[in-house]
Design a protein around this ligand. Structure first.
Ligand code: NAD
Length: 260
């Protein structure tokens, strides 16, 4: 079903993005990886996926804060992968501070990477999808795209923003074989979250296990992390023909978090 499709995944050198790259490659799709990191490690991830699944895997170093680099990444996908059939906007960063102490440069960076980058990828990819009459846009939002927590003003504003962008793009493309949906994960154990666990261990002076159970997973009723593979499987489903009538939706995968 996804065999030979071209899948561009921003922020796919780590965590959920890398997991989605593996899941799409397992379906026979060709992949454009993107993200920051050490060159040798990125090349290892790229070549491993390529050889393990027998697909074509490219890498773009485009910085998601730079609109010209984003346009170049989509142009590279068009040229070297034959188009963009599936676009996954996943790159994201976090910063935690009270709003009156929030560094303005961190606000700008989070809005740029977590929200504005998705506008730039989408505006470049939609014409290609329209031309082929088929496309899937999957925005990795968060439970924080639907509800808030304190001290994450920029992240939560960006994630609520991406849910709004998702709905608008869905309405505009609904008759062109294109769907646009958001995935809203709860806590998933990735490097982004490991950093927050470390900070909470220091702040509360508690053992790591206790911080995970009592602080991090406090609002996640299952008291267990969502697995990267589970988020990836949902993304693959949303890209499938079976999901053709799902558009403009925000799909929670959060262990019950937003049921509160
Ligand atoms: P991660 O830190 O493991 O991965 C983030 C990716 O974004 C990396 O590949 C990184 O290189 C890339 N990135 C960061 N800045 C970039 C830039 N300027 N240009 C290009 N790439 C850049 O984090 P993750 O947890 O896998 O997060 C992936 C997405 O999932 C994010 O949008 C995050 O907000 C969202 N999310 C994560 C969780 C969670 O609990 N981990 C929960 C909900 C939503």
């Amino acid at each position: 079903m996804l065999k030979d499709k071209s899948v561009v995944i921003t922020g796919s050198t780590s965590g959920i993005g890398l997991g989605m790259a593996r899941a799409f490659a397992a379906q026979g799709a060709n992949i454009m990886l993107n993200g920051l990191g050490e060159a040798g490690e990125i090349e290892k991830a790229r070549s491993t996926i390529e050889s393990e699944f027998g697909v074509n895997v490219l890498y773009s170093a485009a910085d998601m804060t730079a609109s010209a680099e984003i346009a170049e990444m989509i142009a590279q996908a068009q040229c070297d992968l034959g188009g963009v059939d599936v676009l996954v906007n996943n790159a994201g960063i976090q910063y935690v501070a009270p709003v009156d102490e929030f560094p303005p440069e961190k606000w700008d960076q989070i809005i740029a990477i977590n929200l504005t980058a998705a506008f730039h990828t989408t505006r470049a990819a939609v014409p290609l999808m329209k031309a082929s009459g088929w496309g899937r846009i999957i925005n990795i939002a968060s439970a924080h795209g639907l509800v808030a927590s304190p001290f994450k003003s920029a992240y939560i504003a960006a994630k609520h923003g991406i849910v709004g962008l998702t709905k608008t793009v869905a309405l505009e493309t609904a008759q062109q074989g294109i769907t646009c949906n958001a995935i809203c994960p709860g806590w998933v154990k990735t490097p982004l979250v490991e950093e927050q666990i470390d900070a909470q261990v220091q702040a509360h002076d508690l053992p790591r296990d206790e911080v995970i159970k009592k602080v991090i997973l406090e609002r996640q009723p299952t008291k267990a992390f969502v697995k990267i593979e589970e988020v990836a499987a949902l993304a693959v489903f949303l890209a499938s023909d079976a999901a053709a009538s799902i558009t403009g939706a925000s799909m929670s995968i959060d262990g019950g978090w937003v049921a509160h």
